[in-house]
Write a protein that binds this ligand. Sequence first.
Ligand SMILES: [Zn+2]
Length: 140
Amino acid sequence: MAYTGHGHHIPGTPNTRQPKNPVACGGINHCLRCIKDVREYQEIMVQMDFDHVQKAKDLLRAYIDLGYFGSQEEWNQKPDYKVVVLWTSMVLDNWEVVARTTLLDKKIYKVSYNCATGKIAIDTYVLVRSDVLPKHEAGQ
Ligand SMILES: [Zn+2]
């Protein structure tokens, strides 16, 4: 949820917990302060989406931290690990980032952003097996 300094909703953001007493200034279509706040917010969001790989890495790290290390005891023993990006793609405004971590759990994650719904999904896969084929089997 995002609101201008005068308490008016910024379009394209969730509209929950709206401020109780927005200023009677004319809002995002008439008030210069609100128009400026909307413009600044949208510029920040564009920058965030531009670096979608870093955004995906940050989200994935938070997601893994919550899932793996939910209790205080687990958090205290949390190993240092890195998120390693394996592959990325971007089509129009949609993007996907496939990554693993340096934790030895054989998990591979796909972080995907659907522009039409504005939602980000994280799928978790487990690597069952990995074989390197001899050259003649690879059609060389
Ligand atoms: Zn205003």
